[in-house]
Design a protein around this ligand. Structure first.
Ligand code: FAD
Length: 321
């Protein structure tokens, strides 16, 4: 059964987020040969349309408005509702990002649709689409089927591979004008707590520090290793609580959930709440002084040693590659 599926593209610091390209790939699987329409919402965002087409969108709908310059739940839901009304899709795909997590339930309620959130894989079996999502903080996976109505999902970053870029792909770009009114919240100022750089939730490599890092300065060797690997720095709550780094770096049950290709845990004991945020990483390396540390139970490679000796050595070795 072919379907028309829309996917929301997100822009961050002037660039499309990777998960938006992964959302197109997910939308293509749901569309089963039908049309995939990427949606760009914001102010002066049309320039990103070609990149969406190059990654597989058949068409791009651009909704531009001064009131959509920054995300607000009311503004974006009005924009998306207008797109849904115009396009009448059978499927909607968002990234499982802060924005996606905020907006998707609001929209699903308005559309009286079920929502399968945090999808990490989609497969077709006996003519049905199965959506896999982690449950119980990643300790198990469930497979869900949408029995009828709109298929509405959010996809976890770094799990469904984006289609590789092909600039020979073509597609139509259309503008949709919307009336944005009655915004109940207005963003006055955005205060950035973390340094610009690789986005933690989309990073392919994460070097994370725990209480074993011992101080704010102790994060410097971790940042150097992350820079050499083109990755981002993350942290345990232990490190955040101790004031060594900002809470925006926290990974775990009450922090960010990440699925990088490589996760290097430095001086992190491996409490269950931390594992909830990173145990689905593709390759886990743990560096800890304590050979009994719980983190070694989930690690693919373990190094028993002092992180202040091991991390600089790794940095030096990776620099040679
Ligand atoms: P510790 O447990 O103190 O571990 C430090 C480790 O560093 C030890 O294993 C030690 O051997 C090692 N070490 C010390 N020095 C060195 C060195 N020089 N070289 C190498 N290794 C060294 N935690 C999270 O991380 N994320 C969450 O989202 C989260 N949510 C929570 C929610 C709730 C409701 C609760 C109750 C707790 C939550 N926690 C969370 C906290 C969690 O239970 C742990 O307390 C926390 O993860 C411990 O952080 P840590 O591993 O950095 O510190």
């Amino acid at each position: 059964m072919t379907r028309k599926v829309i996917s929301l593209a997100e822009i961050r610091d002037g660039s499309l987020r990777n998960v938006s390209l992964e959302a197109i790939a997910a939308a293509k699987t749901i569309a089963q040969g039908g049309e995939v329409v990427a949606v760009l919402v914001g102010e002066n965002v049309q320039s990103h349309a070609n990149e969406l087409i190059a990654h597989g969108a058949d068409r791009v709908v651009v909704v531009e408005h001064a009131q959509l310059k920054v995300y607000t739940p009311d503004g974006y839901s009005q924009a998306l509702m207008a797109v849904v009304e115009a396009e009448k899709p059978e499927g909607i795909v968002f990234g499982h990002t802060a924005l996606g997590k905020d907006l998707s339930p609001k929209l699903a309620t308005k559309l009286n649709a079920g929502l399968v959130s945090d999808v990490v894989a989609i497969e077709e079996k006996d003519g049905e689409l199965l959506f896999t999502r982690p449950i119980y903080s990643g300790k198990a996976f469930e497979k869900k089927v949408v029995k009828d109505g709109l298929i509405f999902i959010t996809v976890r970053p770094n799990n469904i591979p984006a289609l590789s870029r092909d600039d020979a792909r073509t597609g139509e770009v259309i503008s949709l004008s919307v009336e944005i009114k009655d915004l109940r919240t207005i963003v006055k100022e955005i205060v950035r707590k973390t340094a610009e750089g690789v986005d933690l939730s989309e990073a392919k490599v994460i070097v994370a520090g725990g209480r074993g890092v011992k101080s704010e300065d102790g994060f410097k060797p971790l940042q150097e290793l992350a820079d050499v690997l083109g990755g981002a720095v993350g942290a345990s709550r232990g490190a955040c609580d101790a004031g060594y780094c900002d809470y925006s770096l926290q990974i775990g049950q009450t922090g960010k959930v990440v699925t990088p290709d490589l996760y290097i845990a430095c001086g992190i004991s491996g409490a269950i709440q931390h594992l909830a945020g990173m145990s689905n990483s593709k390759v886990i390396v743990a560096i800890n002084k304590d050979p009994e540390a719980n983190i070694f139970k989930v690690a693919d490679y373990g190094i028993v040693g002092d992180l202040f000796e091991v991390v600089p050595l790794l940095t030096e070795e990776f620099k040679k590659l």
